[in-house]
Design a protein around this ligand. Structure first.
Ligand code: PHE
Ligand code: CO
Length: 293
């Protein structure tokens, strides 16, 4: 399959969807797969210092909240001292699970994104947020992408899940199922929780890289739901991009996630086409709140 998307087309689509707002990355030097060089020497001392502050803030929050798989892998990355060099981590990762890291200017077209994942390449944005974006950032930056996503790519089952998600994305594009499949990514890879013998833990990168949501998502008695992940239900659930999540889907293990997503989604997309999606904050009959107040 030809998986190239022209820069002009992509940037025009982004502009259209975002009412003229532009992406902030530098797309001029990207190749046909939107890969750039990480010009590590060009990061300033201020940027490394901001990375250290982000890293320290998150590390103080994660014990007892992030899943062990994440914390252990993160510690092996030696990423506390400044923005990491992708090359070095990519080599370790390749040895561990066969994944590599590719540097990208920022958000990339869906087709290109899925193609990278299907080939076990994880795209990581090169630029870092500004100090005034310490708590909140609209587009994913290197802190979100690297800190949030890279550690779990060291877990063999999760690594396989992301690859299969990429393959599933290419397929969903043919079947008109992208809206549905994107919800699964959102509610697992970005905002997923996992049940452990010690209690609920976080594995979603969108939470793990967020200053506020790490605590919020595990606080009992908020208005947000914590319900067991049912794949079809998740595919049919809307999500919010500008607030804390109103629903967190909980898995019991990465194996459960991997096996639950193994079936062919073609009939799911067919069935859901005629259904109205559930609002982001719904609790359906038979569902149990797993973090009662
Ligand atoms: N099994 C899905 C399909 O056939 C693909 C998929 C795998 C989606 C893993 C998500 C995660 O479309
Ligand atoms: Co992300």
């Amino acid at each position: 399959m030809d998986t190239t998307v022209s820069n002009e087309d992509f940037l025009a689509t982004v502009a259209e969807k975002s009412h003229g707002a532009a992406l902030r990355g530098d797309y001029a030097s990207a190749d046909a797969q939107y890969v750039v060089q990480q010009d590590w020497a060009a990061y300033t001392e201020e940027e490394h210092a901001l990375w250290r502050r982000l890293y320290q803030r998150q590390m103080a929050l994660l014990p007892g909240r992030a899943c062990n798989e994440f914390i252990e892998a993160l510690q092996g990355l030696n990423a506390a001292d400044g923005i990491p060099q992708f090359e070095a981590t990519s080599k370790k990762l390749e040895a561990a699970t066969g994944w590599t890291i590719v540097a990208v200017p920022g958000l990339i077209p869906e087709l290109t994104f899925f193609d990278h994942l299907a080939n076990r390449r994880f795209p990581v944005t090169v630029w870092l947020r500004k100090p005034e974006e310490f708590n909140y950032i609209v587009e994913p930056d290197v802190f979100h992408d690297f800190f949030g996503h890279v550690p779990l790519l060291f877990n063999p089952v999760f690594a396989d899940y992301i690859q299969r998600y990429g393959q599933g994305g290419l397929k969903a594009m043919q079947l008109g199922g992208l809206d549905q499949l994107a919800r699964l990514y959102w509610y697992t890879v970005e905002f997923g929780l996992i049940n452990t013998p010690e209690g609920l833990r976080i594995y979603g990168a969108g939470i793990l890289s967020s200053g506020g949501e790490v605590e919020y998502c595990l606080t009992p008695g908020t208005t947000s739901r914590h319900i067991h992940l049912d794949i079809k239900r998740c595919l049919n659930t809307l999500y919010k991009i500008d607030t804390y999540q109103e629903t967190y889907f909980v898995i019991n293990s990465f194996d459960e996630l991997f096996e639950g997503t193994a079936p062919d989604f073609t009939p799911y997309y067919e069935e859901l086409k005629s259904k109205t999606p559930y609002p982001a904050n719904s609790l359906l009959e038979g569902e149990t709140e797993l973090l009662p107040g």
